[in-house]
Design a protein around this ligand. Structure first.
Ligand code: F3S
Length: 393
């Protein structure tokens, strides 16, 4: 492999043992499924932050790197952790979990990572520019960065994104080149209106074409970037995809690739899998983390209302957006309605305890999919307005 002078020095340990090990990992990835070359990156986003997900072995791995002198070389943000750092009591966190999570956070800080603790770093904390090469983990953010922003990133794992952050290099893969082209055409015949529809559409496309790069042919594009974010999360949950395209024009139709369609019936079927048949006990909104615009919309819906005593309403966002919402008085509006605006975490990466009697209601196919896989509770999906109605009526 052709290496620069600096990379050769990294391999000799001139930049510390951790940097050497991290570069060895990036090179191994480049040789095994990349093009046998490295690419310089401008930023990184690392996942595997929650102690719930990485456990003691993940914690030890990060500790080893820090003891070996690991420091990030590019702007690096972090995915959500196991609880809201200011309200851990909301997430059934015991003392052991608390200590280990805080240790992970301390180590990441020592490495120089920004504690954004969000899966939507592109809103405020780490927004790449079109054409930037980056190394991001977190499937929803990867798909958003590639498809909506026009950056270039492989769908990194937690360890590979961390190694890229430490070395400033990632393995050159197709995702870093303009060879990334659609491999399937998806004719979208279903009408999509809200966050849930977009989220389900992503989930269904991913299920139908789990290892493809879809080009979606839609009649009209009237969606917001927040709705596209929900599509990215749904798609990432049910596929290995790292990018998609959206077109309304026949001119962009790609010849010589497979074609499939998604109908209203397909979306209906997915929705029916998670039909609401019992009263919810926990309503969760904010997968992926909410934008400020979404929080404004939710605050408008909840103004003058109150969440029922026997229901918890969680709305999750990043700490940066939370601070903005707080300045605008939106946190107060939500608290007055007895809703919890939470940051730093989400339902899936927190250790929150749910019993068999619990019913989780969400407007996210990704949360529904993982909550169902990871717990034995009943999970249901509804549009955001209906979720808020169920929590308050
Ligand atoms: Fe984010 Fe958690 Fe969903 S990390 S994408 S809110 S499962």
């Amino acid at each position: 492999m052709k290496l620069s002078k600096m990379e050769k020095l990294m391999l000799k340990g001139r930049y510390g043992e951790a940097c050497k090990r991290a570069l060895e990992l990036v090179i191994a990835i480049a040789e095994s499924y990349g093009y046998g070359e490295l690419v310089r990156i401008r930023g990184a986003h690392i996942s595997g932050i929650s102690y719930k997900n990485i456990g003691d072995s993940g914690l030890e791995y990060i500790k080893d790197l820090v003891e070996g002198g690991a420091k990030v070389r590019v702007k690096t943000t972090t995915n959500p952790c196991g609880f809201d750092l200011d309200k851990p009591w909301l997430f059934d966190v015991d003392e052991g979990f608390f200590k280990k999570q805080m240790e992970i956070i301390r180590l990441l800080k020592e490495m120089g990572a920004k504690l954004s603790l969000t899966c939507t770093p592109y809103y405020v904390d780490n927004r790449p520019r079109r054409g930037d090469h980056i190394a991001w983990a977190e499937s929803s953010a990867v798909i958003y960065a590639n498809s909506v922003i026009g950056a270039y990133t492989t769908r990194e794992s937690g360890p590979s994104a961390l190694a890229a952050a430490i070395t400033g290099r990632s393995a050159l893969t197709r995702d870093h080149t303009d060879e990334r082209k659609p491999s399937i055409m998806v004719n979208v015949q279903a009408k999509v209106f809200d966050y849930l529809d977009w989220s389900l559409l992503g989930y269904v496309v991913g299920k139908l074409a789990p290892d493809e790069r879809p080009l979606l042919r839609v009649k009209r594009v009237t969606c917001s970037s927040d709705e596209l974010k929900c599509f990215c999360a749904g798609l990432g949950a049910s596929s290995t995809t790292s990018i998609f395209w959206l077109t309304t024009s026949d001119y962009n139709v790609v010849q010589g690739v497979k074609r499939i369609k998604v109908t209203h019936r397909d979306l209906r079927r997915a929705r029916d899998e998670w039909a609401l048949t019992r009263r919810p006990t926990l309503v969760f909104i904010g997968c992926p983390h909410c934008s400020l615009r979404e929080i404004k919309e939710i605050a408008k819906e909840l103004r003058g209302k109150r969440v029922k005593e026997d229901i918890k309403l969680f709305i999750s966002t990043s700490r940066s957006i939370y601070a903005m919402a707080s300045e605008l008085g939106l946190v107060e509006v939500l608290e007055r309605a007895r809703a919890h605006l939470i940051k730093d975490t989400c339902l899936i990466v927190s250790p929150i305890k749910l019993s068999k009697n619990d019913v989780v209601l969400t407007d996210s196919a990704k949360t529904a999919y993982y909550a169902e896989t990871m717990t034995n509770v009943m999970v249901a999906v509804e549009g955001r307005r209906k979720c808020l109605e169920e929590a308050t009526k």
